[in-house]
Design a protein around this ligand. Structure first.
Ligand code: PBG
Length: 330
């Protein structure tokens, strides 16, 4: 390019010259209304156990969790995704504890919705927290069975709906699970319960701290026969087409940061809301660097969440939700 011929009459910096002008031309907004806060739950009383690989995040017993939810709600964070840390002794091949009558997770859903009917409560549907194999589906001879897993997921989803869940989050990546769950919910009268499908969920290295939190890592093998190959983008469109066709209300991309292009392509091509899961490993990197004083925590978090919104996410599941809400209040 000939620098002498640059059109210096056009100067983008003029639109950045003052805070009010910058605010007027700001293209992307982010607020507490976009944030879904993942929370880990453990059976018991007065438990608040910090997760070593995800500092600042805890396994809560329901009594303390209720207080935490009230606190978050006062900060404007009113959407939560609950994950159960289940004792190994309760795990089996089919994840039957997930629909057991005395399941503490279902009890927690009832209590939270009783105390805070206005919050949006989301669940996770997959076998892994309940499975003695640590996989999202039923395992037989080292294989993850697809169709045999579907009724188990549906039963789990119906139990959560009976407890009062607002949104079901199937995170298992079995083929056909959205239609199977939708069918089961409708048959049981839960036509108002939504499905936010983990549509493009990649076989990612960034789930480590989450698996520590729940002690849910696979006992053998990996999740590559069901979670997506990080190299693939067009396949995310196929997954989204299927989920929309099967009745998903919202589609999710997971993880978020290494997959901003996937968020963008789904937002451009589908007319239902797109969400993104800013997963545990992504947040752990920020906690670690900030702890060493290598980055400014609040500014880095604000920039990360903004980038996910800019890529096209309507909602963001993030462990930063509470801290970011506090930052916005300042
Ligand atoms: C379980 C599930 C996982 C996450 C959400 N639901 C882990 C996995 O698939 O192994 C990861 C979330 C995170 O890392 O924050 N199916």
């Amino acid at each position: 390019m000939d620098l002498k011929k640059l059109p210096m009459n056009i100067r983008p910096r003029r639109n950045r010259k003052s805070a009010v002008i910058r605010a007027m031309v700001e293209e992307t907004k982010i607020g507490v209304e976009h944030l879904i806060y993942p929370l880990f739950l453990k059976d018991g009383f007065k438990i608040k156990e910090e997760i070593v690989s995800l500092p600042n995040n805890y396994r809560w017993s329901i009594d303390l969790l209720l207080k935490e939810i009230e606190h978050c709600s006062n900060l404007g964070v009113k959407m939560f995704d609950l994950f159960p840390a289940v004792d190994d002794s309760l795990k089996d091949k089919t994840g039957s504890y997930s629909w057991a009558d005395d399941n503490f997770y279902l009890e927690a859903i009832r209590k939270i919705k009783d105390s805070f009917p206005e919050v949006m409560l989301m669940s996770d549907v997959a076998l892994d927290p309940y499975s003695s194999d640590g996989h999202d589906g039923l395992v037989e001879n080292g294989k993850i069975l697809n169709d045999e897993t579907l009724p188990l997921l549906s039963r789990m989803a119906v139990a959560q709906a009976q407890a009062g869940i607002d949104v079901i989050g199937p995170s298992d990546m079995m083929d056909g699970r959205v239609s199977s769950i939708r069918d089961a919910l409708d048959t049981n009268g839960f036509t108002d319960v939504s499905i936010m499908s983990y549509t493009a969920k990649y076989a990612s290295a960034f789930y480590g701290p989450f698996r520590d939190a729940l002690n849910s890592a696979p006992k053998s093998g990996d999740k590559k026969t069901y979670q997506m190959n990080p190299a693939n983008k067009r396949e995310a469109i196929l997954e989204a087409e299927l989920d929309v066709f099967e009745g998903a209300d919202m589609i999710m991309v997971k993880p978020a940061l290494s997959y901003l292009d996937i968020i963008h392509v789904l937002k451009e091509n589908f007319n239902i809301p797109v969400t993104a899961y800013n997963v545990s490993g992504e947040c752990a990197m920020v906690y670690a660097a900030a702890d060493k004083g290598w980055i400014n925590y609040e500014l880095a978090v604000a920039e990360i969440l903004l980038s996910i919104r800019r890529a096209g996410a309507d909602g963001i599941l993030t462990y930063f939700a509470k801290d970011f809400a506090q930052y916005l209040k300042k």
